[in-house]
Design a protein around this ligand. Structure first.
Ligand code: SF4
Length: 167
């Protein structure tokens, strides 16, 4: 399956716990004021890559704890990312997914879109919500503004309410 990306970072320590391979997806509908990656907004920008090409790069990154799907908006490409995510999990790596939607919005969308449900379920942590410039806080781990949450996905789905991870 093909995925549209703007780029990747082979070793990041700011996009989730531990050393992580980060995939910056291309295309974002949110257009947050103060977004650090406005070049990722255009849905026709970036470049298309095959799932196997991305997996090969991940396999060559030996120090990583997991993979992060970042923006752009990963939930704009839920099918390819859910498929990629399943194969990443088979490699023993965990997954952090960023989204400009809230957890509650994703949950609602997932009721009528199985790909969205699959991407949500393959994610160990979900960092949710748009970037809000007025709520910017540099002291937060793995997020830019106070409205955003780092959510434990499986625990939240089981409990029927948001359970946040603490760092
Ligand atoms: S959701 Fe993320 S990538 Fe999209 S506009 Fe907001 S900050 Fe930028």
């Amino acid at each position: 399956m093909k995925l549209r990306i703007s780029g990747y970072d082979k070793e990041s320590v700011v996009d989730g716990p531990g050393i992580r391979f980060v995939i910056f997806t291309q295309g974002c509908p949110h257009h947050c004021d103060g977004c650090h990656n406005p070049e990722t907004w255009d849905f026709t920008g970036g470049r298309e890559v095959e799932e196997d090409e991305v997996l090969e790069m991940i396999r060559s990154s030996r120090l990583i704890k997991g993979v992060t799907f970042s923006g752009g908006e990963p939930f704009a490409q839920p099918g390819p990312l859910a498929s990629l995510g399943r194969r990443i999990k088979e490699m023993g790596l965990d997954i952090v997914t960023y989204t400009g939607y809230t957890f509650e919005e994703i949950l609602k969308k997932s009721r009528r879109d199985q790909d969205i449900r699959d991407l949500l379920e393959v994610s160990d942590l979900l960092v949710d919500g748009r970037y809000i410039r007025e709520e910017r806080d540099l002291s937060l781990a793995f997020r830019g503004s106070r409205n955003q949450r780092v959510i434990k996905v499986a625990e939240s789905l089981n409990a029927g309410k948001v359970i946040e991870a603490e760092f």
